[in-house]
Design a protein around this ligand. Structure first.
Ligand code: TYM
Length: 324
């Protein structure tokens, strides 16, 4: 199967990114043809600092290598270094209705969040995402829940293109984890954990004291029992989900273990579990810091490999659209 997924270089990786997406990429690369991208062009649609963008890309690359993305097994590259993404984005714009774009949840949220910078890129964001995916004849897109709508639009665009210009693109399927597709904010369990709200996050490379601070102060519910109940107890349910995903223990077993105990006891155990589970990532990341030459080599190779696939698709697309 051909797999593609991407991540924006807008901040550090949090455990939501990891549990919802990256953890599954690491597994998929063992058996499937995987392509993963740092989507820097997408990140330009919200306020950013050009002077530190390259540094963020470097850090995000190191983060992915530290958690197990293996450039020998998957293609790992930076989106803007493969120009075909922008060309295909433009061409797909001509088959994508504006109405579909203005209905996207993420567009609506971002226009509220960045009222002073509602740029056209924000509206066309999902078309570039469709280009990312379709360029590689992708079949499966492993993502968290917030990206599902964008994949549905990608499918619509691909079908429209195929009907108008002839069979060209595969119709990709989204792949979401059964548990962990939407990790909630630690400071407000009714909202998703998000890079744009650092106080909502536990970052993957947070040091033990930070893990302790974040988990011990995580918002829980008024009733004191440790029971999974998303509707009435979103706070403890979110923490139970995290506990389950890092310990591999069934949620019911965890509930049993903490029967008669309070939130404080549970949180203490969770701090310990997270501190231990994330330790190898922290250590690997430290090893990789200051190895810029190696990182750039990995990214150059990744872009080279991605280009070969992208160029072949674009030749076909240009022909189909009457451009050559
Ligand atoms: P981004 O950078 O916001 O997030 C990267 C991945 O992390 C998942 N995710 C979560 N999963 C569970 N719980 C959460 N709280 C949580 N927050 C984020 C996201 O669903 C995503 O899978 N538009 C994309 C990047 C993109 C892309 C693509 C993805 C560009 N082109 C093509 C797939 C295919 C984005 O902003 O992801």
């Amino acid at each position: 199967m051909k797999i593609f997924s991407g991540i924006q270089p807008t901040g550090e990786i949090h455990i939501g990114n990891y549990l919802g997406a990256i953890k599954h990429w690491v597994k998929l690369q063992e058996t499937q043809e995987c392509i993963f991208s740092i989507v820097d062009l997408h990140s330009l649609t919200t306020p950013y600092n050009p002077e530190i963008l390259q540094k963020k890309i470097l850090e995000l690359t190191i983060a992915h290598l530290a958690v197990g993305i293996n450039p020998e097994k998957s293609i790992f590259f930076v989106q803007s270094r493969v120009k075909e993404h922008t060309e295909l984005c433009w061409l797909l714009n001509t088959v994508c209705p504006v109405g579909d774009l203005s209905r996207m949840t993420q567009y609506k949220e971002k226009t509220k969040q960045f009222k002073k910078n509602i740029n056209a890129g924000l509206l066309n964001y999902p078309v570039l995402q469709a280009a990312d995916i379709l360029l590689y004849k992708t079949e499966i897109v492993p993502i968290g829940e917030d990206q599902k709508q964008h994949i549905e639009l990608t499918r619509t665009i691909a079908k429209k293109f195929n009907t108008k210009f002839g069979e060209t693109f595969k119709i990709p399927e989204p792949q979401l984890p059964k548990i962990g597709a939407k990790i909630m904010a630690l400071n407000d369990p009714t909202k998703k954990m998000s890079k744009s709200m650092p106080e909502s996050c536990l970052f993957l490379f947070d040091e033990p004291d930070k893990i302790k601070k974040r988990i011990m102060s995580a918002i829980t519910d008024t009733d004191k029992t440790i029971k999974y109940d998303i509707k009435n107890k979103p706070g403890i349910s979110n923490l139970l989900t995290i506990y389950h995903l890092f310990s591999n223990k069934p949620i019911q077993e965890i509930e049993k273990e903490f029967e008669g105990k309070g939130y404080g006891d549970f949180k203490k155990e969770l701090v310990e579990l997270l501190t231990e589970s994330l330790k190898p990532f922290r250590e690997k990341r430290k090893e990789l810091l200051n190895q810029e030459a190696l990182i750039q080599k990995i990214l150059n190779n990744g872009a080279k490999k991605a280009k070969i696939v992208a160029q072949a698709t674009m030749e076909d697309v240009r022909k189909k659209m009457g451009l050559i």
